[in-house]
Design a protein around this ligand. Structure first.
Ligand SMILES: [Zn+2]
Length: 313
């Protein structure tokens, strides 16, 4: 694979909101040569663009171009040491706030993405599934040992995401939908319709919404509306990569709100043949242009089963 250069990708500079951390890791000159080649993403599942310039290694998110890390190296003649990094602390660009976590993440990314050595993911998302998702959002298909370049061709022809699914490891949509189903069950305990929606961005939950029409005596308190309203400040005007997972196909009100909020991905479980609006919006001359990418039928049977709970409808 050829050496990455800054002009290979649309990048943004490191913002003024930043911090400096200390790092200590030595590399042989051979390893340093490989590190200096950087990384040019080839697929959606490649999460980083990395290039070397003047003793510094720049880490940019492949989707947004945001610069997250600038890692400093010192050449000691027969070896090269990683000595520190400037880390993005603009919350609109990067959710990380822990210097310690970043100090663990940078050597892990260098090892995994550039030197193709496996290691234990240093982040923690709580449950093993959440950790796997966080790891997927950080390193994508590299988590499966798949890297850009000629050695990355997977004989099955599956993309990393397909492989995740077929290998039964973790399917991102299913993990979030399973969480939504649990939340929907919870709302039925309050006497509300067992419907839930989860807003997710970059592997993190922004908001969880339950249907609360009965308990709040409010006709518009649908799960999606509650989630969108709860997350409105976090979503702001930068809803890139935000996805909403709904156990039930959204109605016209909620789907309109999803469109206007700028949510980019809609995943739902069970169709709502009476009130579901997805088909109608996709055919509508105006709303079709605002529609997120739609994936239907994720864990459909389980979502369909929620309709049999006494509080449904
Ligand atoms: Zn609705």
């Amino acid at each position: 694979m050829r050496t990455a250069r800054q002009e290979d990708w649309n990048t943004e500079p490191l913002p003024p909101e930043r911090t400096s951390i200390h790092l200590e890791m030595a590399f042989t000159m051979e390893e340093t040569e490989i590190i200096r080649r950087g990384l040019i993403p080839e697929q959606m599942e490649d999460k980083w663009f990395i290039y070397w310039n003047d003793g510094r290694l720049f880490f940019h998110r492949s989707w947004t171009g945001h610069c997250i890390y600038v890692v400093h190296f010192r050449d000691d003649g027969d070896s090269c040491r990683m000595v520190g990094a400037d880390v993005n602390r603009n919350p609109e660009q990067y959710g990380g706030t822990s210097d310690e976590e970043d100090a663990g993440m940078i050597p892990f990314l260098v090892d995994l993405l550039l030197l193709h050595r496996s290691g234990t993911f240093p982040g923690s998302g709580g449950t093993p599934e959440e950790t796997a998702l966080l790891s997927w959002s950080q390193v994508g298909r590299a988590m499966l040992g798949l890297h850009p370049g000629p050695d990355s061709v997977d004989p099955s022809g599956d993309s990393g995401a397909d492989k995740m699914k077929s290998g039964g490891k973790v399917c991102e949509h299913e993990v979030w939908m399973r969480r939504a189903i649990q939340e929907a069950n919870d709302s039925s305990l309050n006497g509300d319709a067992p419907v839930a929606a989860i807003l997710v961005q970059n592997g993190r939950v922004l908001a969880v919404g339950h249907n609360s029409k009965t308990s709040s005596r409010c006709g518009i308190a649908h799960a999606e509306m509650n989630a969108l309203l709860e997350a409105r400040e976090k979503l702001g005007r930068r809803p890139e990569r935000a996805a909403i997972y709904c156990t039930l196909e959204p109605c016209a009100m909620c789907l309109g709100a999803i469109c206007f909020a700028g949510v980019k991905t809609l995943v739902y479980g069970a169709p709502d043949r009476a009130g579901g609006a997805v088909g109608m919006f996709l055919q509508h001359p105006f709303y079709s242009g605002l529609m997120p990418a739609v994936t239907a039928g994720v864990l459909e049977e389980e979502c369909e089963a929620l309709k049999k709970l006494p509080s449904f409808g």
